[in-house]
Structure formats: structure tokens, C-alpha cells
Design a protein around this ligand. Structure first.
Ligand code: P6P
Length: 337
């Protein structure tokens, strides 16, 4: 029997520090938590409930959708459209924004999410996750449009992720630090297990998809080569490398023991006129908010991600985030050219 703090209790106690809080935000967060519990159940049962494999469709990114991508998206919509906290939602899996339907009450918040990040891992039983971000909707949310979502990451009210791994965890920030909760499957509650998570400023572990090496820009090539040169090289230390192809898992590892994650701009993406691999509104911004709140840094290579002014709903950006001193080194290399 647990005697820890549940995420519901934690959120309500957090609300007490917010002047004028009406309970709207608290209730929204709890609806998101419920959605993540339902998705966790689908992920954990995978093949047993026929949830693996392709959905036979593509998302706006041209990526083949897994059945669980579509299922998870539907779960998020159904868990969050009814309570009157949101004006609209936006998802990696939906081309357009999802205004709260007529007949249902609308609220003052906007929700963006990647319902199942890293879903290419789902059929091979590796960690996947859900990423979400909450913004305020200007004008009270009466007639939300795509433009309402195009807010810099510094405007986020909250951000978080669920990671469906050996255990299911939720990691959450509302701008007062980062806290981690582990799902107690026996009682169906997330329990506070990782209070006030902090990323070590220094690290000896980096994550990058090395199959793109021939396309990297010089600053990235320099940083990675120095890591690979180890003790005999300019860093004078050996480094370790990881690549899980699941941003949620990479960020969670970095939050837990430090490191740096890189999905940088490269010549292949430039040739396709892509702004990067990862999506700004529902991957880069929420993860940057979390990482910065835990003392880390998050840049495109040359600028702070949270200060970017989004130009479109599914805009992609380069992402380099993690241990502050490593991120600052990579930033310096980009400025040196
Ligand atoms: P690649 C998953 O599709 C994702 O959006 C991130 O979670 C992950 O870090 C990245 O793409 C993996 O990309 O090119 O290694 O498949």
C-alpha cells in the first residue's frame, strides 16, 4: 500500500500557489493523466489486444501511422474534449487543429500533443511515450484558429510526458521545477517518486543517429568527433553513446543521469527544405520547457528553442538539448562556425 503523494494530490497542492486559480487547470491536467493511463494500458497489452502494426494510413508528415498512433490520438481527444477546459487541440496525428465541437463547453486553454512518440519502436517492444504542452488561448478561446497555437515555447503554462517503459512514468512541469511520478499498477495511481528532477550540468554520454554522420554540419561533426576521440582527444575523457529512436526515452535518461540529445539540422534535411526532424509545438517546445526547468539547455544549434516564433502548426526544428555545459559547448561550436 503506497503512502506517497499521488499526482492528483500534487497538482491540487500546486494549484494553491497560483493566485486566482479556479481549478480549471488542475482538472485539465487530471484529464491528461487519465488519457496517459489508458494509453499505457493499450501499450502494455500490445499484441494481446491486436494493437500492434500499421494503421494503413499516413500522417501529415508522410509517416506511416501505427494502429497505436491512431488509438492514442483518439484516447487523448475523448479524454480532453468534454470537460470545458480547452478551446482546441493540435496533434502530430491530425493535419488541422481540433476545435472543441459545438455542443461541448469550451475553455481558455490549448493542448498540443504527440500521442505516441517513438511509435516505430512499438512493434519491437521498446520504450515509447506521450508528449504534451498546454498554452493559454487568446480571446478566451471562442473561435480558436491555428494562429492561436503559434506561440513561443516561453508561453507554455505546463508541459509533460508519459514514458511507457519497464514502468510507466509521468514527468511534469508547470514552471516550478520538474517532478516525476511512477504508475502503481495495483491502484492505478501515479505516485511522486522523483521530486524536483535536476539534470547534471556535465555529462559523458551523447545521443545522436550516427547513420546521418555524412550529412552533419561542421559544429556537430566536431562535437561528436571529440566525444569519440575520448581520453586521447581534446576532451580528455571517454564518452558513451546511446540512440533509442524515442525522444521521450532519451530525454528521460538525460533527466535521470545527464547527457545530450541531438537531432541537428543536416544537409539531407536542407536538401528537402525541412526545418529539422522534430516538431516544434508538440515535441521540441514541451521537452525544452522540461529540460530548462531541470537546469538543462535546449537549442537549435544557434538559438534557444523556447524563444522561436512558430510559423506553422507542424513546423520542424533542429533539437540539441541536455546537460547545460555540453549544450553551451555545442552552441559555442556553432557560433565559431
Ligand atoms: P530516427 C520518433 O519518430 C522521433 O520523432 C523521436 O522520438 C526520435 O528521437 C526520432 O524521431 C528518431 O528518428 O531518424 O532515428 O528514426
Amino acid at each position: 500500500m503506497h503512502n506517497g503523494t499521488t499526482i492528483t494530490q500534487f497538482i491540487i497542492e500546486e494549484q494553491r500557489h497560483i493566485a486566482g486559480a479556479t481549478g480549471d487547470f488542475t482538472s485539465l491536467l487530471n484529464d491528461i493523466v487519465t488519457a496517459c493511463k489508458v494509453i499505457s494500458n493499450y501499450v502494455n497489452h500490445g499484441a494481446l489486444v491486436g494493437a500492434l502494426g500499421s494503421a494503413g494510413s499516413e500522417n501529415i508528415q508522410g509517416e506511416t501511422q501505427k494502429k497505436l498512433d491512431v488509438i492514442s490520438n483518439d484516447v487523448f481527444i475523448k479524454s480532453n474534449e468534454w470537460a470545458g477546459h480547452l478551446a482546441a487541440m493540435a496533434s502530430e496525428e491530425m493535419d488541422e487543429i481540433y476545435p472543441i465541437p459545438a455542443g461541448k463547453p469550451r475553455g481558455k486553454y490549448l493542448l498540443t500533443f504527440d500521442p505516441l512518440d517513438g511509435s516505430s519502436n512499438i512493434d519491437v517492444n521498446l520504450s515509447v511515450g506521450t508528449i504534451f504542452s498546454i498554452l493559454r488561448c487568446a480571446g478566451g478561446g471562442h473561435n480558436p484558429t491555428e494562429r492561436d497555437f503559434l506561440q513561443a515555447g516561453t508561453q507554455q503554462v505546463a508541459a509533460g510526458y508519459a514514458i511507457y517503459g519497464p514502468s510507466t512514468m509521468m514527468v511534469l512541469t508547470t514552471g516550478n521545477g520538474v517532478n516525476g511520478f511512477t504508475l502503481d499498477q495495483n491502484i492505478g495511481e501515479f505516485i511522486l517518486t522523483h521530486p524536483m528532477m535536476q539534470i547534471p550540468a556535465d555529462a559523458r554520454e551523447f545521443a545522436i543517429n550516427a547513420s546521418n554522420m555524412r550529412f552533419w554540419e561542421p559544429p556537430v561533426r566536431r562535437y561528436v568527433q571529440e566525444c569519440l576521440d575520448g581520453k586521447e582527444g581534446p576532451r580528455g575523457e571517454d564518452f558513451n553513446m546511446r540512440w533509442i529512436a524515442s525522444m521521450v526515452a532519451e530525454v528521460h535518461r538525460i533527466l535521470t543521469r545527464g547527457g545530450v540529445f541531438m537531432y541537428p539540422m543536416d544537409d539531407k534535411m536542407k536538401a528537402k527544405d525541412l526545418g529539422g526532424k522534430l516538431r516544434l509545438l508538440y515535441e521540441a517546445n514541451p521537452m525544452s520547457f522540461i529540460v530548462e526547468q531541470a537546469g538543462g539547455g535546449s537549442i537549435t544549434g544557434t538559438e534557444r528553442i523556447m524563444e522561436l516564433q512558430p510559423q506553422s502548426l507542424h513546423q520542424r526544428v533542429p533539437v540539441i538539448l541536455g546537460s547545460r555545459n555540453e549544450v553551451e559547448r555545442i552552441l559555442a561550436y556553432h557560433r565559431e562556425g
